[in-house]
Design a protein around this ligand. Structure first.
Ligand code: HEM
Ligand code: HEM
Length: 166
């Protein structure tokens, strides 16, 4: 029972942090990257009252939370992955596998530039990775929505159970 509850809490926190992560990423891409016609980002430009650096901080804070939760989510389903791979059922579960690969690629292409930045580097590798990151992230957002639509009843269950208890 406790395990089930923990799993529901992780899933619901994933949902909340996933939404903030996606919105803060999309705002940076649509509001700041697409708006400046190839020029440098404008430091004083605002989207919904916040500057680019503020959106960037929101994105970074939420991706740290999301990544920790994703490790819990992944460990919970470790046996599921092993079962599906050993029974050769990858085709049947194509969508979750594409989501898993996309998540790994988006995480790698987001985190490496961040580490380059933290270690004082700039350079073209960082920019190339961020360019790949924001394109792949669009596919990730689509697959996250598909993943959630199929499993919405698990998330609703938590809300219903809690409102029943009150
Ligand atoms: C917003 C983020 C996410 C939320 C809210 C979420 C939620 C859920 C829920 C509610 C389930 C079904 C209940 C359960 O088994 O725990 C589930 C299953 C699963 N999730 Fe996620 N998930 C998210 C992201 C991801 C990502 C990025 C991956 C892959 C890297 C992933 C992989 C899986 C797997 C393998 C399963 C079990 C198999 C299945 O149900 O088909 N999830 N997820
Ligand atoms: C669908 C979800 C996501 C979208 C739309 C998205 C979009 C973006 C965009 C557009 C940027 C560039 C910001 C800029 O400098 O102007 C960015 C940066 C970043 N993203 Fe994401 N992202 C998403 C998910 C993720 C995930 C899952 C991770 C890691 C687990 C991540 C990690 C990062 C990091 C660390 C940066 C900063 C890179 C740097 O400034 O050096 N993002 N993201």
């Amino acid at each position: 029972m406790k395990q089930k509850q923990n799993r529901l809490i992780v899933n619901n926190l994933l949902l909340v942090s996933g939404i903030i992560m996606t919105i803060s990423g999309l705002v940076q891409q649509v509001g700041f990257h697409m708006d400046n016609h190839g020029d440098q980002l404008q430091a004083d430009q605002l989207v919904w009252g916040l500057e680019h650096t503020e959106w960037s901080v929101i994105h970074k804070v939420t991706i740290v939370i999301f990544s920790v939760l994703m490790i819990c989510h992944f460990l919970t389903h470790w046996k599921w992955y092993k079962g599906v791979i050993s029974k050769n059922l990858i085709r049947k579960n194509r969508q979750v596998f594409i989501l898993s690969v996309l998540f790994a690629l988006v995480a790698i292409t987001g985190l490496i530039p961040w580490f380059i930045d933290l270690s004082g580097g700039t350079g073209s590798l960082r920019m190339i990775l961020i360019e790949i990151h924001d394109k792949l992230a669009l596919f990730l957002a689509i697959f996250l929505i598909l993943h959630l639509v199929k499993r919405i009843k698990f998330l609703k269950f938590w809300v219903v159970q809690h409102s029943d208890n009150q």
